[in-house]
Design a protein around this ligand. Structure first.
Ligand SMILES: NC(=O)c1ccc[n+]([C@@H]2O[C@H](COP(=O)([O-])OP(=O)(O)OC[C@H]3O[C@@H](n4cnc5c(N)ncnc54)[C@H](OP(=O)(O)O)[C@@H]3O)[C@@H](O)[C@H]2O)c1
Length: 309
């Protein structure tokens, strides 16, 4: 049986929801044109990023990535996701195989390195985990797992046999999964842990006194973080990256960008992370304790009527 090649994984994974739909609830941006998209992907690979995170329900992100992949001799690792079943009360036979086939076709590849159940509860529908294990067996995917929003979703998923990768939100503001011991449990079992929401959809970079009303509770923490970054002599993004990448068990940070420049900034920020772990720990302490209504982006007002991405 195959497994996810964690040893080949870069500390940053490029998130691609931004390629297929308007994104960034703090400051939404539109998907890039074809040239910018190719420039972003080229810059990612040239900068040492070895993995892309995408999903069957990120608009046309998969087929746009597929267009870029065509003609390349080598390709980055690709993790995609199983779109939610439309009707949550229905069991849809063939959903896994149909959606997986669609992702493989859109991307133009014959195997995915990881395939995550996008809506965590779908993993527990009859037949879903069985079909995912079958896809690992016959080589359509290297490993499967789940993308979660809440610690209890991960706790439940870890009871499912064969899980090899998970994606969860964590940031300098949010250590719920680490505090619950869940990241450590994944690491102990050799499960690859992807972390997203490091920048809270870009909110981290807004000026503290220009936050939209629903993000006002971030203000004191953001001022604190700016002061800690200044003291450590590193960019704010470096501090935010260090706060997550120094958590034991975190394998890679999934970060989406609005432009190739942001990607280059993030690669530079990764290199400029403070060498002293005390700065990261201090930042986590200074920025923790925020209410879930801030930490869970699905609960932000701009999300009403939309499913999470
Ligand atoms: N349920 C799931 O599985 C799920 C949910 C959400 C996301 N994801 C994945 O995770 C990826 C990241 O999404 P996220 O929600 O976690 O977002 P994030 O990484 O917290 O923030 C990304 C946003 O931050 C801004 N940004 C990034 N680098 C920047 C820089 N150097 N300077 C200024 N702004 C910068 C960009 O917004 P602007 O364009 O506004 O500048 C970008 O859209 C997505 O692409 C997707 O692949 C998965």
């Amino acid at each position: 049986m195959s497994r996810f090649p964690a040893e080949a994984l870069s500390r940053i994974t490029l998130g691609t929801v931004q390629f297929g739909m308007p994104y960034g609830k703090a400051k939404p941006t539109l998907p890039p044109d074809a040239r910018t998209l190719a420039a972003t992907l080229d810059a990612a690979v040239d900068g040492g990023i070895t993995c892309l995170d995408t999903a069957g329900n990120y608009g046309d992100a998969e087929s746009r990535i597929g267009g870029w992949l065509r003609g390349r001799r080598d390709r980055p690792l690709i993790v995609s996701k199983l779109p939610p079943v439309d009707r949550p009360d229905e069991v849809v036979p063939g959903h896994v195989d149909t959606c997986l086939a669609a992702s493989l076709a859109a991307l133009g590849v014959d195997r995915l390195d990881g395939y995550l159940v996008h809506r965590a509860d779908d993993l527990h529908r009859p037949g879903v985990a069985d079909r995912l294990r079958a896809a690992v067996e016959d080589g359509r995917i290297r490993t499967f797992g789940v993308s979660v929003y809440e610690p209890q979703q991960l706790d439940r998923a870890l009871a499912v046999a064969g899980i090899g990768a998970v994606q969860l939100p964590a940031s300098v503001f949010d250590q719920r999964f680490a505090d619950a011991g869940l990241i450590g449990r994944c690491a102990d079992r050799g499960i690859v842990v992807f972390v997203r929401s490091l920048f809270l959809q870009g909110a981290l970079f807004l000026e503290p006194d220009r936050l939209p009303p629903h993000l006002q509770p971030l203000q004191p923490a953001m001022r604190h973080l700016r002061a800690i970054a200044a003291e450590a002599g590193c960019p704010l993004a470096s501090l935010a990256l260090a706060a997550v990448l120094t958590l034991p068990g975190v394998t890679s940070a999934v970060i989406g960008v609005g432009s190739p420049q942001e990607l280059c900034d993030n690669l530079a920020a990764c290199k400029a992370m403070p060498p002293d772990e005390a700065a990261a720990a201090g930042a986590r302490k200074a920025a923790g304790g925020l209410p879930e209504a801030i930490l869970d982006v699905r609960r932000w007002p701009a999300y009403s009527g939309r499913s999470g991405s």
